[in-house]
Design a protein around this ligand. Structure first.
Ligand code: HSE
Length: 457
């Protein structure tokens, strides 16, 4: 019997040509890792990875020396034509969409970190990848370094996911954490996040929840095998929150977090069951693992039928962490070039309806500034009862909290009333709050915040 032939070494195979679109913080780290880990990456792929070009808008901008200027080009279209794998870290809808479609139609595999594009037009990209029989990977689009796309898309594909809860925006988590630990106001905490480079000069995408909503749409699509776009996500950011909201959260045993929530939901109007996808501030009980996610970290908590509860935690942004997720995808798609096969295609067979926010099951904490006189609590309780909303707990303090003076009523004492409801629907809650706001004894609805429902509690 003859000895088996030695496996061809990685170097014996033609290189996999990698094109990079965008060379900001993440792109620079991708270049660094491709160079620093070249021998290991080649061994893992079974062929060397060759960076054939880096498309940038400004050829003359200062760059980290790790980026070989000879690779820079302003001709992104030409670059994607000569690549096997196109890595997109430029962000934005255009020209990224056109370039990725061009790459996919030409048969290249695509690795992208572009959550906005995927949440806006993922199905078009998937269709182009399908038509060409190539790969579309996007681990870096959700929660940076944290492996969450692959676990939901592949590891949990045999299970039935009930709910995905994510702290998927590090900037807002950092802002809320500074508010909680140092008593900062929102503007001060956002300014601190900007100084550290977490928040952009225009922080709208983070603080208004658009970034988290794009990630929620991507996770919901994968978890529930249903197309979900950014427009399907009911979104409330953190800009309405005050230092007092954060202080009251702590006082009632919660941490205030911006959550992305995607869950199976029953249509209260009798229609087919569907899913709800929301981004909103929520009071997370301090003993829930998500309450302990501090600073700019991210975490995604998954509840599935057979697997039970899972939590994925780590760095959700930053050059090196995001580049780690990008490189993982590059190795996966490059392996397919060497070994044959493809990664997962779009799975939207379940086609569940995305239900309106009013259908969502919710618990809430409603904080009211009320006149402190006989019968007020009864009126408030009756408004809730009229809408079928059950009260779980009531707390009253004799005077408005600091920062909530009531100059309009100097002669009559005020009280702060904090009502926590049992689980109800968002629709019933909103209707109740409208009635409460109109009660003469209610001087102000100070805040209405969701309380995370802990299953089985
Ligand atoms: N701006 C995002 C965050 C990172 O703060 O988490 C990119 O999605």
């Amino acid at each position: 019997m003859s000895a088996p032939e030695p496996a061809p070494s990685a170097g014996a195979r033609p290189p996999i040509r990698v094109a990079l679109l965008g060379c900001g913080t993440v792109g620079t780290e991708v270049v660094r890792l491709l160079g620093a880990q070249a021998p290991d990456l080649a061994a893992r792929v079974g062929a060397p990875l060759e960076l054939v070009g880096v498309a940038v808008r400004d050829l003359d901008a200062p760059r980290d020396p790790v980026v070989d200027r000879a690779l820079l080009t302003a001709d992104a279209e030409g670059l994607v034509e000569r690549a096997d794998v196109v890595v997109e870290v430029m962000g934005g809808l255009e020209p990224a969409r056109g370039l990725l479609l061009r790459a996919l139609r030409g048969g290249a595999a695509v690795v992208t970190a572009n959550k906005a594009l995927l949440a806006e037009d993922g199905p078009t990209l998937y269709a182009a990848a399908d038509a060409a029989g190539t790969d579309l990977y996007f681990e870096a689009a959700v929660a940076g370094a944290i492996p969450i796309v692959r676990p939901v898309r592949e590891s949990l594909v045999g299970d039935r996911v009930h709910r995905v809860l994510g702290i998927v925006n590090g900037t807002t988590n950092y802002v809320l954490d500074r508010m909680a630990t140092e008593g900062l106001g929102l503007d001060e905490a956002v300014a601190a996040a900007q100084e550290l480079g977490y928040a952009e000069a225009d922080p709208t995408a983070d603080v208004e929840g658009y970034d988290a909503a794009a990630k929620a749409a991507i996770l919901a699509s994968l978890a529930f095998h249903t197309r979900v776009s950014l427009a399907d996500v009911d979104r409330t950011g953190i800009t309405g929150l005050t230092a007092d909201d954060v202080a009251w959260a702590a006082r009632t045993g919660h941490a205030l977090k911006l959550l992305a929530v995607a869950e199976r939901a029953v249509d209260p109007s009798g229609g087919p069951d569907g899913i709800g996808v929301r981004v909103h501030p929520a009071l997370v009980p301090l003993d829930h693992p998500l309450a302990g996610v501090r600073g700019a970290f991210n975490a995604v908590f998954v509840e599935a039928e057979a697997a039970g509860e899972l939590m994925f935690y780590g760095r959700g942004a930053g050059g090196a962490p995001t580049a780690s997720a990008v490189l993982g995808d590059v190795v996966s798609v490059a392996r397919h070039r060497v070994q044959g096969g493809r990664g997962p295609v779009e799975s939207s067979y379940a086609d569940l309806p995305v239900l309106p926010a009013e259908a969502a099951r919710t618990r809430a904490q409603v904080r009211l500034l009320v006149a402190d006189r006989p019968g007020v609590l009864a009126q408030v309780a009756s408004a809730l009862a009229d809408h079928g909303v059950s009260i779980e707990a009531v707390q009253q303090t004799a005077a408005p909290a600091a920062g909530e003076p009531d100059p309009a009523h100097p002669d009559e004492p005020s009280a702060t009333l904090v009502l926590t409801t049992h689980t109800t629907t968002e629709g019933a809650l909103r209707a109740t709050v409208r009635v409460l706001a109109d009660l003469p004894a209610v001087r102000r609805v100070v805040s209405v915040l969701s309380v995370l429902r802990v299953e089985g509690a």
